[in-house]
Design a protein around this ligand. Structure first.
Ligand code: OGA
Ligand code: MN
Length: 284
């Protein structure tokens, strides 16, 4: 089978056809997958049938995997997969019901955030539960030179706990244990980050995790972040991904931010996915 890459009818993202991920992938085919992932930021390989070992093997082609700190939702066969699910069996949630219905880039609350996230859909509703993506490279490119030089060299504080404080009134979706919370102190990342593979610049701040810009007064930081987010969140930088069972999607966390929409999903509509996280390097 030859491998083909078809851009989505959206500002970015592409579907890769001609791969069966349940069997080992030839090196040249994986090189094409990796290039498509770099070029399009979000790639989907549809119609797959994976078991846990197959998901882990394919994910490892992108790099080393790390397990999620919420160990209560690890896949029974491997801690390298976390189960995302709104389903309840025997009175217990079988997975994390909401992996983040706010804009974020995965694991930006650590010094070494995730390079790639992979999700494999086992069960998804016909409608609802879309994942939203925003192209932070295109959004950066379109900034005017005054804004680019204003942002150059700035660092921002990313804090896992920030979203819990933001969502305080609605109740945080996930409450960390004391040891989980102590293991995730705030960290600094550049506001404009160079992509580790392509060298392209991207905005690297997100409404859900970036608390403030270091060295600025609170009001100035709030105003600057608000302006950046308003710019990024325009439709022209936006991809809405509609899931089908059997989809394997991989995205580039240095190029996009993303948001789940599971906070508004009817719990009667089952949604279960497996997730792996590929480790990344330092951002500066
Ligand atoms: C994630 C995530 C989005 C979704 O797994 O990192 O943000 O739609 N998931 O479940
Ligand atoms: Mn995420």
């Amino acid at each position: 089978m030859t491998l083909t890459i078809t851009q989505f009818d959206a500002p970015f993202g592409a579907e890769i056809r001609g791969l069966d991920l349940s069997a080992p992938i030839a090196d040249e085919d994986f090189a094409a997958v990796e290039q498509a992932w770099l070029d399009h930021h979000v790639v989907a390989i549809r119609g797959q049938r994976l078991d846990a070992a197959g998901m882990v093997d394919f994910s490892r082609r992108f790099g080393d995997l790390e397990s999620h700190m919420l160990d209560q939702y690890h896949h029974p066969e491997t801690p390298l997969i976390i189960v995302l699910s709104n389903q309840v069996e025997d009175g217990r949630s079988i997975g994390l019901a909401d992996a983040g219905s706010f804009w974020h880039s995965d694991v930006s609350f650590r010094e070494r955030p995730s390079k790639t996230t992979l999700l494999y859909a086992l069960e998804v509703p016909a409608e609802g539960g879309d994942t939203l993506y925003c192209d932070m490279i295109a959004a950066y490119d379109d900034l005017d030179n005054t804004m680019k030089s204003r942002l150059d060299g700035l660092m921002a504080v990313h804090d896992y706990g920030y979203r819990d404080r933001l969502q305080g009134e609605r109740g945080a979706t996930v409450v960390l244990s004391q040891s989980q919370s102590e293991a995730t102190p705030p960290v600094l990342h550049p506001v404009v980050r160079r992509h580790p593979d392509t060298g392209r610049k991207a905005l690297y701040v997100s409404p859900g995790v970036t608390e403030r810009i270091e060295g600025l007064q609170a009001a100035e930081s709030d105003e600057l972040l608000k302006a950046i987010f308003e710019h990024c969140l325009q439709d022209k930088y936006r991809l809405v991904y509609k899931w089908r069972a059997g989809d394997l999607v991989a995205w580039d966390n240095a190029a996009v931010m993303h948001a789940a929409t599971t906070d508004t999903l009817d719990p009667a509509k089952g949604r279960t996915l497996w997730r792996t996280i590929v480790s990344g390097g330092p951002t500066h």
